[in-house]
Design a protein around this ligand. Structure first.
Ligand code: FES
Length: 106
């Protein structure tokens, strides 16, 4: 299991044990974390699973694909550490991961 902390824009934290193999988005949706709607179900086609990856974890979560980059163009408030959480696969190495939710998603 990997403990992932999802922090809502208002500072509310949700620390959740997520099974490796799921995506960071699926970990949120299965545990009713508000702010990750995941309208497309993880197909990299909606950008409603946008999160900011904590700076300490950016390298560990890997590179964005070209498809993810282009879908992020539709998200609001994109920063250098923006990711689509459906595109981050949970592994044991991500134990401790912290992601923050954008103000537009709550
Ligand atoms: S769930 Fe739609 S892009 Fe991630």
């Amino acid at each position: 299991m990997a403990k992932i902390t999802y922090i809502e824009h208002d500072g509310t934290e949700h620390a959740i044990d997520v099974k490796p193999g799921l995506s960071v988005m699926e970990g949120a949706v299965k545990n009713n974390v508000p702010g990750i709607d995941a309208d497309c179900g993880g197909a990299c086609a909606c950008a409603t699973c946008h999160v900011y990856v904590d700076d300490a974890w950016v390298a560990k979560t890997g590179e964005k694909t070209a498809m993810e980059e282009s879908m992020l163009d539709f998200a609001e408030g994109v920063e250098a550490n923006s990711r689509l959480s459906c595109q981050i696969k949970v592994t044991d190495d991500l134990n401790g991961l912290i992601v923050r939710l954008p103000e537009s998603q709550h």
